[in-house]
Design a binder for this molecule. Structure first.
Ligand code: PLP
Length: 371
């Protein structure tokens, strides 16, 4: 057994000192003013996030899952079918089900980790109301605009799960702005975080109004106990929003850092036969750097060998697609060949803000030694 000389985790959180100071100041102000909910930090976070995404509305909520669920309620999926890629986190499908809709899991193209137009054409039915696309690892499908046009031509909405895609772009448009709206997560593993939090983005006024209403118990006036709709508490708290504003200011720098690590990986991997990186067509957030291992490599053995050398190839997206999760037991697996291939063959290379080039070189060295 090899003894690991160093340890490279799959991710590491780094808040620069300057940011920590600003967060402290913002929180100190909230406490001094006694405004710990629905105050100026939430408003500023929403305004800055809408501007960053290039859309009219951004509504802060308590998590990425909440963003998806409140959007599905606002789109009124009750009794309707929604196409959801099988290669996603449960939250995407759960949002549809919790809002009273039906989920139809669809396959992905292993080259982009997302459904393509052919797959969607094969999967759509007369009961379909919309499609959710998930930008896996930060990669926006090169077909997203064609998919949006196809959705429009059939009277379907397109919604984006942008939990991995802060700052991701294609043809000059940011994630969340291709269809009727998008949902972001600020969970602690994401490209930017406020601990727990989420955001719904949209250009659609009626969707935004509905989300604003539903996230706050259906109350048209936030502080008046008078509800016109069945809603719940999906609000983001003021203290988390203070962290969110500061992280958002740092976002482009954090993505540039990740881009530097990704570029190093891409250049080094060229000499590794059979290793296939999944690369973006526009700008990725580089939430993950995904590769497909050469055919025939046993992934679990590979991961074990890497761990012995101190490198964690963890946090796959996703090792077990939804149709293989017990919660979706009964879904026949033979419809998902693309997902079967992608999910069983891919691994994610460690990548995070603050990772050094030397650490990335070590990851490549370990990959080379094992393969
Ligand atoms: C693709 C995807 N959608 C939704 C979510 C849910 O986000 P949250 O954990 O903030 O509820 C996550 C992550 O955790 C995710 O990876």
């Amino acid at each position: 057994m090899t003894t690991a000389t160093r340890k490279i985790p799959p991710l590491r959180l780094w808040f620069p000192e300057e940011d920590r100071k600003e967060i402290h100041q913002r929180i100190e102000r909230c406490l001094a003013e006694g405004q710990v909910a629905q105050g100026s930090n939430v408003r500023e976070f929403e305004e800055r996030f809408a501007e960053y995404c290039g859309c009219r509305y951004a509504l802060a909520v308590s998590s990425g899952g909440a963003a998806l669920e409140v959007a599905m309620w606002a789109l009124d999926v009750r009794g309707k079918e929604v196409l959801v890629p099988t290669n996603t986190f449960l939250a995407t499908a759960a949002a549809v089900l919790l809002a009273g809709g039906q989920v139809k899991l669809v396959d992905i193209d292993p080259r982009t980790a997302a459904p393509n137009l052919d797959i969607l054409r094969r999967s759509v039915s007369s009961r379909t109301a919309g499609v959710i696309m998930v930008h896996i690892g930060g990669i926006i499908s090169p077909e997203i605009e064609a998919i949006r046009d196809w959705c429009s031509s059939r009277g379907l909405w397109l919604f984006e799960d942008c939990a991995h895609a802060h700052g991701s772009e294609l043809n000059g448009k940011r994630a969340g702005t291709f269809g009727i709206g998008g949902a972001y997560s600020f969970f602690s593993t994401k490209v930017m975080t406020c601990g727990e939090g989420g955001m719904v983005v949209s250009d659609d006024q009626s969707l935004a109004k509905k989300v604003a209403l539903l996230r706050n118990y259906g109350k048209p006036e936030p502080w008046v106990t008078y509800s016109t709709e069945l809603g719940a508490n999906w609000r983001l708290n003021e203290l988390a929003a203070a962290v969110g504003v500061v992280q958002l200011k740092r976002l482009d720098e954090m993505i540039r850092w990740r881009e530097g690590i990704a570029a190093l990986y891409t250049s080094r991997l060229q000499s590794l036969e059979g290793v296939q990186p999944i690369l973006p067509h526009g700008r990725s957030s580089w939430y993950k750097y995904i590769i497909l291992l050469p055919q025939g490599v046993d992934r679990e053995k590979f991961k074990g060998a890497a761990k012995e050398r101190g490198v964690a190839f963890a946090g796959g997206v996703y090792d077990l697609p939804l149709h293989r999760q017990p919660v979706f037991a009964g879904t026949p697996p033979d419809h998902f060949q693309g997902a079967e291939e992608f999910c069983s063959r891919h691994v994610c290379l460690p990548i995070y803000y603050g990772m050094t080039r030397e650490e990335a070189e070590y990851v490549v060295e370990v990959l080379r030694a094992i393969l």
